[in-house]
Unconditional design. Structure first.
Length: 72
């Protein structure tokens, strides 16, 4: 499953990040690496972006980026 499919309130572990460039570096800076737990907090009214809790930080990700992060 990818991160964009994770239900609100659910927690999963990151298994693979299929991004590159600036967005990949930014996520690595936030500690979003393989085997890290991530919780889907909420989704904006229009469906994009969604907020996620990871390593004590809340980050917002667009659906197109969250689709490239595999979780289990």
């Amino acid at each position: 499953m990818n991160l964009s499919e994770l239900p609100i309130g659910a927690t999963a572990r990151i298994s693979k990040i299929n991004l590159s460039g600036n967005i990949q570096q930014r996520l690595l800076d936030f500690g979003m690496v393989e085997h890290t737990s991530v919780t889907h907090l909420q989704t904006a009214t229009g469906g994009d972006p969604s907020s996620y809790f990871i390593r004590g930080t809340v980050i917002a990700l667009r659906k197109k980026d969250a689709k490239n992060i595999e979780v289990n």
